[in-house]
Design a protein around this ligand. Structure first.
Ligand code: SF4
Length: 370
């Protein structure tokens, strides 16, 4: 089984109001440089087996990795290449935000092997972009997408968020229409989640923004299923849609419980048996790497039966029923029968899957397996 490598780049131009990721404001390239030094040192000290672990995906996530210079990306790629065996034709993804790249930086990333862009548009509505404090407008998103195509990126994923405060069904339809008119190879369409202690949560609590309407969000979800499938996309995961052959190879590893080795602040790794995570604060992460050579703060053996179920069920292909029963033993029927009766799960061709209704209430389904 080939593994993946994830590199977390925490810097952003500004902080979005809904974000609860481990991110820092991009201040100067010196701070980024010392962070890159630390990530390279972490990769260099990673204990590998012999022969080297083979990987077929590399993912630069964040944060906004497209704020790195091509030189910084090349340093990280060199460390990865020295430590891991990379198969032919790896998928190398970089998350990019509007107005954070130039034709030169895009060409530089491509020369280094980046062949997939995960592009964070979120919405084409300028009022909503302001409310989310995204730090760019819709025209920036259009311009950057054009730049990506001109630079030869032929595997682009576009992210949109549904259920924004004040967003109507027809606003959402316009967003979908504009995204589909750009013909990206992949779409990640998420329902807004309001995380505690974010500025957005505070605005909702203090009634400066409306409470998200769950029924409307459900209608938006139904609309995105119908619209994307009619436009020739395949839904392969609850929130992910692709043209044939363009499903994210890296993200699919998480849902299939395949190993992903992650480096950087707050990075979470899974080696096939244990999950482990790094420190969440960037300055502390750098200091820990410099003084101890590791920034690991958590390690646990996972409950593979539970994770096999709730991660695998996110995929449209679902999970193999025999395998599910083998992993869950006597408790399998007890967990599944009520969900089958409630039409949240179904069995077909020997596989257990979420129904369309189950996708809408997926959190309730997954709770049964935790
Ligand atoms: S760009 Fe992404 S990672 Fe950065 S603050 Fe916004 S939501 Fe968070």
């Amino acid at each position: 089984m080939t593994a993946g490598v994830y590199l977390h780049i925490p810097f952003c131009k500004s902080r979005c109001s809904y974000c609860d990721f481990a991110t820092d404001i991009y201040r100067d390239s010196a701070a980024v440089e010392s962070y890159v030094d630390a990530v390279c040192a972490e990769i260099d000290s990673f204990a590998t087996s012999q022969p080297a672990i083979q990987i077929d995906t590399i993912y630069f996530g964040g944060g906004t990795p497209s704020l790195l210079s091509p030189f910084q990306v090349s340093r990280l790629m060199t460390s990865v290449r020295e430590k891991f065996g990379i198969t032919d034709e790896p998928e190398i993804t970089m998350e990019m935000n509007p107005a954070t790249v130039t034709p030169e930086s895009l060409a530089g990333f491509r020369d280094l092997g980046v062949n997939r862009a995960s592009f964070g548009v979120q919405t084409f509505n300028d009022r909503a972009l302001k409310l989310l404090a995204r730090g760019h407008d819709a025209q920036d998103a259009r311009n950057t997408f054009r730049m990506l195509r001109e630079a030869g990126y032929d595997n682009v994923s576009l992210d949109l968020i549904a259920g924004l405060p004040g967003q109507t069904l027809s606003d959402w339809e316009s967003n979908l229409d504009e995204a589909l008119a750009m013909h990206p190879e992949h779409l990640s369409l998420y329902l807004l989640e309001v995380h505690e202690a974010t500025p957005l949560a505070e605005q909702i609590l203090s009634r400066r923004q409306p409470v998200p309407d769950e029924d409307l969000a459900a209608e938006m979800y139904e609309m995105m299923l119908d619209t994307t499938v009619a436009a020739g996309y395949e839904q392969y995961e609850i929130s992910n849609f692709s043209k044939p052959g363009f499903a994210s190879r890296h993200n699919t590893k998480y849902w299939r419980l395949e190993p992903v080795y992650a480096f950087g602040v707050s990075a979470h790794s899974f080696d096939g048996r244990e999950r482990y995570a790094n420190e969440r604060d960037t300055a502390k992460y750098v200091e820990m790497i410099e003084t101890q050579g590791t920034a690991e703060v958590m390690r646990e053996e996972i409950d593979t039966a539970s994770e096999f179920a709730f991660l695998g069920l996110r995929l449209n292909g679902g999970v193999d029923l025999d395998e599910f029963q083998r992993r869950h033993g006597n408790g399998a029927d007890e967990k599944v029968t009520p969900l089958l009766k409630a039409k949240l799960l179904e069995v077909s061709d020997g596989r257990l899957r979420l129904t369309r209704k189950g996708m809408l209430f997926s959190n309730e389904v997954f709770e049964k397996f935790v």
